[in-house]
Design a protein around this ligand. Sequence first.
Ligand SMILES: Cc1cc2nc3c(=O)[nH]c(=O)nc-3n(C[C@H](O)[C@H](O)[C@H](O)COP(=O)(O)OP(=O)(O)OC[C@H]3O[C@@H](n4cnc5c(N)ncnc54)[C@H](O)[C@@H]3O)c2cc1C
Length: 69
Amino acid sequence: MSTKPKAYLVGGGIGSLAAAAFMIRDGGMPGENISILEAMPVLGGSLDGAEVQPGSCRRFARPADGPCR
Ligand SMILES: Cc1cc2nc3c(=O)[nH]c(=O)nc-3n(C[C@H](O)[C@H](O)[C@H](O)COP(=O)(O)OP(=O)(O)OC[C@H]3O[C@@H](n4cnc5c(N)ncnc54)[C@H](O)[C@@H]3O)c2cc1C
């Protein structure tokens, strides 16, 4: 059995992405030992966004006014 530490983070929101970054930077964990399990097709969680039409940003299924920022 491997003794190399591994991490499995549930959800690809900023919480998991930040945790992974700190584990790499401060914990010295190789990135390939970290798995982020995300149910959606894109990472970012509540901070994801797609410009579905010019000037109209959509986060998950929630429309937001204005372009994606
Ligand atoms: C329109 C909008 C504007 C905002 N503006 C601000 C702001 O100005 N300032 C501020 O501080 N905050 C703001 N927030 C809040 C901020 O975006 C959230 O607090 C933050 O993104 C939450 O990050 P999180 O990683 O904790 O969770 P989330 O971003 O919710 O990510 C959780 C992820 O986990 C996934 N997931 C859940 N369950 C499972 C499962 N069982 N298996 C796999 N994946 C799973 C979800 O699909 C999701 O991608 C805003 C949010 C929205 C929607």
